[in-house]
Design a protein around this ligand. Structure first.
Ligand code: OAD
Length: 511
């Protein structure tokens, strides 16, 4: 019997389908330490496609002794795979730290262990640590942020599986490049790069009044929590939607853009395009404001779909998103006009054979029913947003693996908590010599970025443009805007970027 270990929202990544890294060739990497990454991506890809499932295999794709031991012991535990991932995600996002001395390894030992791992690889590391050095597994796990109590909660076999996964993930994690540290380094990268990948999240639209998801008091999910919805992400769960779409329709209006304005950060991405430097903008946003900003369709991947279109869950009829906006704004479930017309036509021709009814749920999901006594109901329209439980668009995988990872020379990640896979996993699949820059309000620990520029992204991109010698023109960028850039203590490559107050004490452009 498996013991479900709860992982609270903030400490959990959500997964759409995973990146198929068998298609990725990381030969672009000039870091020899990462040659194992390349090997792991060439064939030894486990079904889930997660890096943690890849690496316990030896370079030729066969299991080593240490690996086999871990696998054999866990043969009966396949059903818990996503639970293991949740636990590993939680330890990565919120690593366990000892409260009293001696509870786990101290921080020096932890970093020594992690550096040994980088040198010898996961298999030898696990073998040496567990067998030769005889470190108890629950102590070893603390070096990677695993709570030692998990050992008892999960039992030895399942704990070993989690330990194997986290060690492997740690090994394949991107490592910071030492040569990029300051905001001026980033400005120089902007000037010199030719093929930039920009990964964006909800933070680039908050200045327009569209909430992000996970900010503590203002995020969409925290508002849902306040309203007593304990699992707010379920609003975007396809099974929940099919069962009862009313919850989604009662809440989605908050996420609808007015589609009249885009933010300075959208404008910055457009500027990169105008300068011939934008290779691809992978956006997790569903507001479709990239289109308004003029980002070319062929440079844009809407990883989680968008409100631009909507599809009937019953008959597959497609309409423009704007057609369902009145229903979304009125908080009522939008019904398919084509289904309605079909039903009306059938009613007008009573002798005709009734259409096959497909209503597995009270609200018209996809399964079939031949029950002729059912009263036909029009299908429910679903905006073309990728819900949890649905595949990301094909072009996401194709473009990322076939083209972008091979050719980009800079990655900018802007306004996202990077908590939703597979987007959150993209940085670990890009050759490690490609500089990675993070721009958002809060720092990120679970991905090793080269430089983190923390603050409102509109201000950060304004300052980057200024330092790059470019002008970011946008109605929300006030004339004479000045920002300060201050080092974050203890970090040589993290910077706080803030608007300077005007002489009257007010901050430009803010109410
Ligand atoms: P999150 O809400 O998880 O993260 C947005 C991040 O942007 C937060 O860390 C904020 O601190 C930061 N932020 C907010 N406003 C900002 C600003 N003006 N400047 C800079 N940073 C700012 O949103 P995403 O990472 O985009 O899925 O969430 C990913 C996915 O989770 C979404 O696509 C959505 C959700 O479930 C679907 O819609 C299907």
């Amino acid at each position: 019997m498996s013991t479900k270990v709860a992982t609270p929202l903030a400490h959990r990544k959500r997964r759409h389908s995973a990146i198929d890294r068998s298609a990725i060739d990381l030969t672009g990497s000039d870091d020899s330490k990462h040659s194992g990454h390349k090997t792991a991506t060439n064939g030894a890809v486990a079904a889930s496609g997660n890096i943690s499932d890849v690496a316990p295999r030896a370079e030729n794709g066969t299991s080593s002794h240490a690996t086999r031991k871990l696998e054999d012991e866990n043969d009966d535990s396949g059903e818990g795979e996503s639970e293991y991932e949740d636990i590993v995600d939680a330890a990565e996002l919120e690593p366990w730290r000892p409260l009293i001395e001696g509870e786990g390894v101290d921080s020096q030992t932890a970093s020594r262990l992690r550096s040994t791992l980088l040198h010898v690889g996961p298999e030898k590391f696990l073998h040496d640590a567990l067998t030769a050095a005889a470190i108890p597994p629950y102590i070893l796990g603390t070096a990677f942020g695993l709570d030692p109590a998990l050992f008892d909660q999960l039992g030895e076999n399942r704990y070993m599986h989690v330990l194997g996964q986290i060690v492997v993930r740690s090994y394949y994690k991107r490592r910071k490049l030492p040569q990029y540290n300051t905001i001026d380094d980033v400005a120089a990268l902007l000037r010199n790069s030719k093929n930039i990948m920009v990964i964006t999240g909800a933070g680039i639209s908050t200045s327009l009044g569209i909430p992000d998801f996970r900010s503590k008091t203002t995020g969409f999910y925290s508002k849902l929590l306040e309203r007593g919805i304990n699992e707010p992400e379920e609003v975007f769960d396809i099974h929940e939607f099919d069962y009862d779409p009313r919850t989604f329709y009662q809440l989605a209006a908050d996420l609808l853009p007015d589609h009249k304005h885009y933010s300075p950060t959208h404008g910055f991405i457009r500027l990169l395009q105008d300068k011939g430097k934008l290779q691809t903008n992978y956006t997790q946003n569903i507001d479709n404001l990239e289109e308004l900003a003029g980002i070319d369709k062929h440079r844009l991947i809407q990883c989680h779909g968008s409100f631009a279109g909507a599809t009937c869950r019953k008959c597959g009829h497609k309409v423009k998103g704007t057609e369902i906006f009145p229903d979304v704004r009125a908080k009522r479930v939008s019904r398919c006009q084509r289904c309605k017309a079909d039903i009306a036509a059938q009613a007008a021709a009573p002798k005709a054979k009734k259409a096959k009814k497909r209503t597995p749920t009270p609200y018209g999901g996809r399964s079939d029913s031949d029950d002729d006594d059912d009263i036909p109901e029009p299908g429910v329209m679903k905006p073309d947003i990728t819900f949890f439980g649905e595949q990301l668009p094909e072009d996401f995988f194709d473009r990322f693996t076939e083209r972008d990872v091979k050719t980009i020379d800079l990655v900018l990640v802007i306004g996202t908590s990077l908590k939703v896979a597979p987007v959150s996993e993209m940085p670990d699949f890009i050759p490690h010599h490609v500089p990675h820059i993070f721009i958002s309000r809060e720092p990120i620990e679970h991905v090793n970025f080269d430089v983190q520029l923390l603050g409102n992204c509109d201000d950060v991109v304004f300052e980057l443009c200024r330092r790059a010698g470019w002008e970011l023109k946008h109605r929300m960028v006030p004339k004479g805007l000045e920002v300060s850039v201050e080092a974050v203590e203890d970090f040589g490559s993290r910077w706080r970027v803030k608007r300077r107050p005007r002489e009257d004490g007010k901050v430009d452009g803010r109410p």
